[in-house]
Design a protein around this ligand. Structure first.
Ligand SMILES: Cc1ncc(COP(=O)(O)O)c(C=O)c1O
Length: 390
């Protein structure tokens, strides 16, 4: 396991304005003597872990790992280790933030962040296309939720103006959208949020690995680490792994340790997970530029063929998520079936996962797809579309 991640490409200017409510809520806990701190991995006789059979002492034997002796339990009890916090510090620096906190999945990171951050007196404005995990977090928070038409700065300004009240206001978006593959106007949204005293929260699930220096994300690419309140990076897409981290201020990390139920009431990551995640970041720092170029070539190849053969149905973009619009669940399923018969695995996205009338095929392009494979795909799409419209 490498001791350090390839860091240092950007540190991010930190405009901490508007983050005071975290300090206030943490101070209240501190004053009541209830502030939780991660314990590290203190020496002593284990009467606190959930390792009832001692399996954790048998697993990983023979592997030199400084983490082998963590015993399962939540990080607030027996599962913590300085190596986990060390990795989090390196992850934070990699993305240009002061702090990071790991979660078991992107779903629990989003749920855990939003559900504890906003309260009933607060307002959360959200882009209408955000992922289900963000929506569930918003619902759990009990805050007033305001839907914003997709990527509309005009509507965002109108809703933020109307939302001004006594509580905190948050704006939640994705940087690259999972279902449409397009990008949010993050710099403009950051300005807008700053103007309205709102906190910008960005899910980078589909940007990590693909955008920004060493794949650090769109927030890093645009130099916005100081202007966003929090971002969530997940490891189940381009990083090819699993789990997630919330990135933000040190106060935010402390706040989540104290208030975020999906963090508090779950088992800490095992040693192998931490080792694997270091490897992910090492790869992003080394092989990622080459693989990214390779992916870009595949995208360009797809774009030119799709423009030539599929016309308006495809409207290709510059990212790895491409759509072929084919309204109607039956028709889009028929196209998926036609491709499947040819050994082409593409997912039809039906309503109600997307609004009726916007059903589509969602094509994910990869660095490892060959020119021949893309040609096969275009051929399958062309013949399938001709058959369906006949
Ligand atoms: C935008 C977005 N956020 C969060 C998630 C959830 O991440 P995970 O699969 O790690 O739970 C996903 C996964 O589909 C996603 O697309």
């Amino acid at each position: 396991m490498g001791p350090h991640l390839p860091l240092g490409h950007q540190t991010g200017r930190l405009a901490l304005a508007g983050r005071d409510f975290l300090t206030e809520r943490l101070d209240a806990l501190r004053a009541a003597g209830n502030l939780r701190r991660l314990p590290g991995n203190p020496a002593g006789i284990d009467f606190w872990s959930n390792d009832y059979l001692g399996f954790s002492r048998l697993l990983g034997r023979g592997h030199a790992s400084e983490l082998v002796h963590t015993a399962p339990g939540s990080r607030l009890i027996s599962g913590d280790h300085p190596a986990i916090s060390g990795l989090e510090a390196d992850i934070a620096a990699f993305h240009g933030f002061p702090a990071a906190l790991l979660f078991g999945s992107g779903y629990s990171a989003n749920l855990g962040l939003l559900s504890c951050l906003a309260r009933r007196t607060d307002t959360i404005v959200y882009d209408e296309l955000i992922h289900a995990s963000l929506r569930d977090g918003i619902r759990l928070s009990g805050a007033a939720a305001r839907r914003c038409p997709h990527n509309s700065l005009v509507q965002a300004a109108r809703i933020l103006t109307a939302a001004r009240g006594d509580g905190q206001t948050f704006f939640v978006t994705e940087s690259r959208f999972s279902m449409d593959g397009d990008r949010a106007p993050l710099a403009e949204l950051a300005d807008l949020c700053h103007h309205h005293g709102a906190h910008l929260i960005v899910d980078e699930a589909h940007a990590i690995g693909l955008d920004g220096p060493s794949g650090a994300g769109l927030v890093a690419q645009l130099g916005l680490a100081g202007a966003v309140f929090a971002t969530v990076v997940t490891y189940g897409k381009a990083p090819g792994y699993h789990g997630a981290a919330v990135l933000g201020s040190n106060d935010l990390r402390d706040y989540l340790i104290n208030f975020s139920r999906p963090f508090i009431f779950t088992t800490a990551p095992r040693p192998a997970y931490v080792t694997g995640l270091r490897e992910v970041y090492d790869l992003m720092g080394t092989q990622q530029p080459e693989l990214r170029q390779q992916l870009q070539r595949v995208i360009e190849g797809y774009r030119s063929l799709a423009t030539e053969h599929l016309g308006e149905l495809a409207a290709p973009n510059d990212g790895p998520i491409q759509l072929v619009h084919l309204p109607g669940n039956e028709r889009v399923m028929a196209l998926e079936g036609h491709l499947r018969e040819r050994g082409l695995l593409v997912k039809a996205i039906r309503s109600p996962s997307v609004p009726p009338g916007t059903e589509r095929l969602r094509i994910c392009l990869h660095a490892f797809n060959s020119v021949g494979e893309v040609e096969q795909l275009i051929d399958g799409l062309t013949t399938g579309l001709a058959k369906i419209s006949a």
